[in-house]
Design a binder for this molecule. Structure first.
Ligand code: ARG
Length: 465
């Protein structure tokens, strides 16, 4: 048990209490960030004359040595240290001797851990954004490919009006586009540096906080030291944005599961992304989609966890805040896996165009267009709605679709019907006539795809913006 704070104590910590308190099991993930922050800290200390240049150089050398040794497996991060900060400091002292003891000058683990976590999450925001971008690119190419792949559009999970696969996928495109905007917003708000806040009330050393902030690519230093060590807002915002990503993914997953069912048969999931049954030889299950839907719960859980942990905490740092890590790490890993796998699965899925088009023609999805036809012939819409309602009743009784009715059956319902009715309610016409911006008609979709292509190609990446 190597402890940084042993001086004031005369008796050993109880073993269980020690384990309960320790965070090394999960904060070992912050090694890179801890070392990066320490290098920036001592660089600033030397610039300010608080450390000699030679001392700084030896510390930096020691820190980079630790980083390399861990990377190649020569040095292991073990449970004998309380946390990653203790691990780094103890190993630094073991490596370079007395001068290593100067690393923690003008710093507390409170501002140190606040910095490490912020650096970690900042990088993860960028990576999540990158995965979202890849996901959008996959969607956009599918949209280009399926401009004329007809399918039913649903409300209440009942067939409503015909649309296209491009249009349906386009709805998800907009959702994940907003998810990227959220990443950008959060990045902007969180990109301030807590280092130099000390335990809570700053320090008496003449630190240059603007300088350390700039060294690590922050917009500037966080402006209140008590807030800086105890602010976890950015985690709440990030987990909320990740929860929204999962909500979008799970809606999409649910649709894939429905589309893949025997009853629908709209899609076939590639063998590489589906699994079989141990007992039923015929089965090919959409497990990836189901897991994505299921894992949404743990990401929401992480958000609820941190919100609850932070509730009612007095200023400034409290050990409760150590609970910010495991849930966040798990949520980040989960979302990254889900985006990667679900994206690959959708990108390789086969769409059964014939089944989708046939389904789009059933269920009277052209009833609105039939009413619109009558409006075109001068019948007021409300009357047209009533006439087509009767037509649907008649069709159900006769087991016919609208376009199967003979002209004399049509004219017995209204004298406004003519030969041109059949063209007006064909699947192709129903979709093609919908040309308002955001609608499924081919030229309307092409325009939207064009705009979204531009959005993706002009995209700068988070750091540049
Ligand atoms: N492991 C701690 C955490 O994650 C580091 C900060 C410890 N600070 C303290 N005052 N005990 O929050």
């Amino acid at each position: 048990m190597a402890q940084l704070w042993g001086g004031r104590f005369t008796r050993e910590t109880d073993r269980l209490a020690y384990r309960f308190n320790a965070s090394i099991g999960f904060d070992k993930r912050l090694l890179q960030q801890d070392i990066e922050g320490s290098i920036a800290h001592v660089t600033m200390l030397a610039k300010q004359g608080i450390l000699l240049i030679g001392e700084k150089d030896r510390i930096v050398e020691g820190l980079t040595g630790i980083r390399e040794d861990v990377a190649c497996g020569r040095l292991q991060i073990t449970e004998e240290y309380e946390d990653i900060h203790s691990f780094v400091e103890a190993n630094l002292i073991a490596r370079i001797g007395e001068v290593g003891k100067k690393l923690h000058t003008g710093r507390s683990r409170n501002d140190q851990v606040a910095l490490d976590m912020r650096l970690y999450v900042r990088q993860e925001i960028v990576e999540t954004d990158g995965l979202l971008k890849g996901f959008l690119e996959m969607l956009l190419s599918l949209m280009e490919e399926h401009l004329e792949t007809y399918m039913p559009g649903f409300t209440h999970l009942q067939k409503a009006q015909p649309t296209t696969l491009a249009h349906h996928l386009g709805a998800y495109f907009e959702m994940f586009k907003r998810d990227r905007l959220r990443m950008r917003d959060i990045f902007k708000r969180m990109n301030f540096c807590p280092l130099g806040s000390g335990a809570l009330a700053g320090t008496t050393y003449p630190l240059d906080r603007d300088y350390t902030a700039a060294l690590m690519g922050f917009e500037g230093p966080a402006l209140n030291s008590m807030d800086a060590v105890s602010d976890r807002d950015y985690l709440i915002e990030f987990l909320s944005a990740l929860s929204t990503v999962m909500m979008h993914l799970s809606r999409f997953a649910e649709e894939v599961i429905v589309w893949n069912s025997n009853e629908y048969g709209f899609v076939e999931i590639d063998d590489t992304y589906s699994t079989g049954s141990s007992i039923m030889p015929q089965k090919k299950n959409p497990d990836i989609a189901e897991l994505v839907r299921g894992k949404t719960g743990r990401v929401y859980g992480a958000l609820m966890g941190i919100l609850t942990t932070m509730k009612g905490l007095p200023l400034a740092y409290n050990k409760d805040m150590q609970e910010d890590k495991e849930g966040t790490f798990d949520a980040i890993d989960t979302v990254k896996d889900c985006l990667t796998l679900f994206g690959a699965m959708v990108g390789t899925m086969k769409f059964r165009k014939d089944v989708m088009a046939r389904s789009a023609m059933e269920g009277f999805t052209n009833a609105t267009d039939a009413a619109d036809y009558l409006v075109g012939k001068g019948v007021p819409f409300r009357d047209a709605h009533g006439i087509i309602g009767q037509m649907v009743l008649y069709c159900i009784a006769q087991n016919k679709s609208i376009e199967e009715l003979t002209l004399s059956e049509l004219t017995s319902l209204s004298s406004a019907f003519g030969e041109d009715f059949y063209g007006a309610v064909s699947l192709k016409t129903c979709v093609e006539k919908r040309l308002t911006t955001g609608a499924p008609g081919v030229s309307a979709m092409q325009e939207v795809i064009e705009r979204n292509r531009k959005y993706i190609s002009q995209d700068q990446g988070i750091f540049e913006n």
